[in-house]
Design a binder for this molecule. Structure first.
Ligand code: AMP
Ligand code: FES
Ligand code: ZN
Ligand code: ZN
Length: 319
């Protein structure tokens, strides 16, 4: 297989785009495409300050690397979830959070970039697995409380530190799996909110997903070619998650029909934009107002779900 640009030996073959490239041209192509998507979806400009949520995984570290290479002003935010040792379902010795923090810090130091680190246990008294256990949310798995906390904290830091926009590393595989799940249940509210850009609203930072059109394996190839060290392991609690099952199903489809995943996602974005399938006014939006404690918007009468969870945890006597 030859590189389409220089005729040299191709190292990345993207059947879905009918495109093969050598390492050098791949490292040019991916940021060029990212720039195209940033402009197409009007995500941000070079005058704005970006906060990249970095988990230590390939997508978010790859995203940070690309944005900096493209000349954007991008700082990082790492959230220490405390999924380590005996708090990991895999038991002692598996230090998922420590290892991902180490890699995020290593990347930041190596490139001279600013990384904000927020440790959930220091902020709220307990790590995610304990917050989840005490609050009895999420049917024995911490993922629900984890997702709630991540959204809350990313927004809080972006707002308090005055960033214009919050960028996450969600890739096409993530977005297609979410879309698939929401389509199976025809969740109109969620479908309407799934977008490469969510504009800022009162108390909420603008959120963008610049990698939403890249396959997961394209990000793996990018990080390998750039020599970015990232955490290979998934969160140990992710095992058996529905999103992983949907990803596997979509991968089977993709093997038989290269490009199917991308088409599924892009046709959805087109239909959504044109209003062919979803009419925004048909979806009822609950009235939102600021949480009385943290100020983030909520449809609940006083406290938002995150603050309610923390209150509940604090009201349980320590044993
Ligand atoms: P996930 O929900 O784990 O699939 O992650 C989706 C995106 O959320 C990642 O690409 C990151 O941008 C962000 N993210 C996940 N975990 C963390 C973390 N611990 N700290 C900061 N950002 C994170
Ligand atoms: Fe949050 Fe797994 S439970 S990353
Ligand atoms: Zn080439
Ligand atoms: Zn709140």
């Amino acid at each position: 297989m030859k590189c389409k640009k220089c005729g040299g030996k191709a190292s990345v073959n993207m059947r879905q785009h009918k495109l093969a490239l050598c390492k050098e041209h791949y490292l040019e192509w991916l940021p060029e495409q990212t720039e195209r998507f940033i402009k197409k979806y009007e995500m941000f400009t070079r005058h704005e300050n970006i906060l990249v949520a970095v988990s230590g995984g390939k997508d978010s570290l790859g995203l940070w690397d690309i944005l900096v290479r493209l000349g954007y002003q991008a700082d990082g935010l790492y959230l220490g979830l405390g999924i380590d040792g005996r708090r990991s379902p895999l038991g002692e010795g598996i230090n998922y959070s420590h290892e991902s923090q180490r890699l995020a810090e290593k990347f930041a130091n190596h490139h001279g970039l600013k990384l904000h680190v927020v440790d959930i246990e220091k902020e709220y008294g307990q790590p995610i697995p304990v917050l989840s256990e005490i609050s009895h949310r999420g049917h024995g798995k911490p993922c629900a409380v984890c997702g709630l906390t991540k959204r809350h904290e990313m927004n809080r830091i972006a707002r308090d530190l005055g960033y214009d926009v919050l960028a996450t590393g969600h890739n096409l595989d993530d977005e297609a799996a979410v879309l698939f799940g929401n389509t199976l249940s025809w969740s109109a509210d969620f479908l309407l909110r799934q977008s490469p850009v969510l504009p800022s609203a009162s108390g909420l930072a603008r959120k963008v997903k610049p990698l939403c059109r890249f396959y997961e394996r394209e990000m793996t190839a990018y990080c390998l070619a750039r020599g970015i060290e990232y955490i290979y392991e998934e969160c140990p609690f992710a095992e058996g998650a529905q999103s992983i099952y949907y990803k596997e199903l979509l991968n089977k489809l993709e093997t038989d029909r290269p490009g199917a995943k991308l088409t599924f996602y892009l046709r959805f974005l087109e239909a959504r934009k044109s209003g062919e399938l979803f009419v925004e006014s048909h979806v009822t939006h609950g009235h939102l107002h600021p949480c009385t404690k943290c100020g983030q918007p909520t449809s609940a009468p006083d406290l938002c779900s995150f603050c309610r969870t923390i209150e509940k945890v604090n009201s349980v006597p320590a044993v």
